[in-house]
Design a protein around this ligand. Sequence first.
Ligand code: FES
Ligand SMILES: [Fe+2]
Length: 359
Amino acid sequence: MSPTTAIVRNQWYVAAYSQEIGRDLFARTICNEPLVFYRTEDGAVAALSDRCIHRRYPLSESRLVGDRVVCGYHGFTYDRTGACVAVPAQTRIPRSARVASYPVVEQDSFVWVWIGDRESADPAAIPRAPWLVQQGWTTIRGLETIRARHALLMDNLMDLSHETYLHGGYIGTPEVAETPITTEVDQAAGVVRVSRHMDDAECPPFYANSTGITGRITRWQDIEFQPPCLYRLHSRVAPQGNYPPEGYLPGHGADTDPGAFHTEIVYALTPETEHSVHDFWMVARDFAIDDQDVTDYLHKSNHTVVMQDVVALNLVEEVIAAEERAGGTYQELSINIDTGALAARRLIAELTRTEATRA
Ligand code: FES
Ligand SMILES: [Fe+2]
């Protein structure tokens, strides 16, 4: 069986970076829904269906007047709730003249959107990534839309042993693939944790060039993924032998671990369609935060790494989608490195089941 193409709709998804949404109409497809986003005059973000109710013209190709969208084809005018407030050549507005609007929350530099049943949208359930907006951290970020199903990006991020092969010379060293992982599922929180603690490891260029460490390192990777969207990799790098002190909490930077370099690698995985996924990627660091050269280097380097994943996932999707169409009977073969990805898939399957029973 291939990884699922199912999309869980009753979830919060990152739709955009806050900085992407302004006073221009902005189109993005999330979970198969073409959406248009804009900022109202009071600074809030509105999300509407990107299809005019009249003849389906994309509202994103239209005009924003105050807080209203005026369709670029025949002028149907919608307010921020999606209600049609004006139509051309008549005063009576048909009762069904409205487009869907979607709940939006801005948090931690993201615009989160809820596509499913409106009454289930609880903003308190949105996972956090505080470093992206916190003092003492600097973040680089980017976005790639991959022609691969969401589950393939999840597989990729949950198993970092691929760093050694796909990302050698950037973030991969032999120790990443050699060191066993521990996997733990927090069922109540809906979180999968995967940890790999490397000792006496080679320092990959990504960290050598950004931290200035010249010798071997102690390198910890602690992943916390809350399916389906927010992935956080707490990365700790220190000169060899510099272990975390008692009480070290991954994700708390120097507060519980003053002697190391911390990088918070954050991904938001948002399905665009069944066969494509938005890959929002960020790297926040708590060292050399004002050093533009380090910022530029990390951006370039991480972009290269992300593109290596993009190329690989596009290939895998092509292969498995073709096999599915041909009715293939391929059976995946999983090993220990896949326990995190399999746990994440199980959580997604549970979310899908819960959604199906509610529908
Ligand atoms: S398609 Fe929008 S007004 Fe006609
Ligand atoms: Fe990768």
